[in-house]
Ligand binder design. Structure first.
Ligand code: 13P
Ligand code: ZN
Length: 260
């Protein structure tokens, strides 16, 4: 996922980050295998995720380049273990030349917490990238869920199939802290994809394929929107509300009717 995202131009320098919430059986086996290894010190997360206490996360390192993850995972990512209260982490493996988990760890963990609660643990992956066409669109459209959902759904018939719940938008905020994590995780209760204005996109999914698939689809939709609106100020035609309802019926989807 890190490599493909880089190839698609989503990860300039250290832009973007990713985390995977280990399944209970994976965490158990990892803890057993790492039992005799030296662990890092406990470090404050900067927020609290009590529902994830004791869990393990594979997470990219802050300042590390996504293009280097597959090439040298031990240096660029780590396995972080949370304390029982979900307020601190310690490194159990990885970041072998030093470092710490992504500066967006608070957002990743708060998103994992809400998704774990709402999907019964089915969602395991949080992926953040800086896709250029979508970022460009955040300078043009009103920063509202409805405007982005309508604009992106309308670009490709597959869009309402891939994100029938719509898409959330967080206005510009300082990244890397608890405040933006709280705003993002509130929207993750309603959506699987949340835009950060003038910054990028967060995707939550049950697999790496789906996280990447959502990122790619949303960026492609933004690209089509930008092409069409560079050609004409007002497109001649598009998908109708009846069309969306017909898609929902035939694909057995729960489409957010408030966006029709
Ligand atoms: P990190 O290198 O800390 O992951 O930061 C990259 C980024 O995209 C911040 O939003
Ligand atoms: Zn970012």
């Amino acid at each position: 996922m890190c490599e493909i995202g880089d190839r698609l131009g989503f990860h300039e320098r250290n832009g973007g980050n990713a985390s995977y919430h280990l399944l209970p059986e994976e965490a158990k086996s990892a803890k057993k295998r790492l039992a005799k290894k030296k662990t890092g010190p406990w470090v404050d997360i900067g927020t609290s995720v009590p529902e994830l206490g004791g869990d393990l996360f594979l997470v990219t390192g802050s300042g590390k380049f996504m293009r280097n993850v597959a090439y040298d995972p031990e240096v660029n990512i780590c396995l972080a273990e949370l304390n029982a209260e979900g307020t601190q982490y310690r490194i159990r493996w990885g970041l072998s030349k030093g470092g710490r988990p992504t500066s967006e760890f608070p957002t990743h963990l708060m998103n994992h917490e809400v998704k774990t609660r709402l999907t019964g643990g089915a969602y395991r992956v949080i992926y953040h990238a800086h896709p250029p066409q979508l970022i460009a669109l955040t300078f043009v459209l009103p920063l509202r869920d409805r405007d982005f959902t309508r604009a992106l759904w309308n670009t490709m018939t597959e869009c309402p199939v891939i994100f029938p719940e719509g898409i959330g938008v967080v206005k510009w905020m300082v990244p890397g802290g608890r405040d933006i994590a709280v705003e993002t995780s509130k929207l993750m209760a309603k959506y699987n994809n949340v835009i950060w204005a003038h910054h990028g996109l967060f995707c939550a999914a049950d697999s790496f394929d789906n996280a990447m698939g959502q990122m790619e689809t949303i960026e492609k939709a933004a690209h089509i929107y930008n092409i069409v609106h560079s050609m004409v100020p007002k497109p001649r035609q598009g998908i109708t509300s009846e069309g969306y309802l017909a898609i929902a019926r035939d694909f057995h989807l729960e489409i957010s009717k408030r966006f029709l």
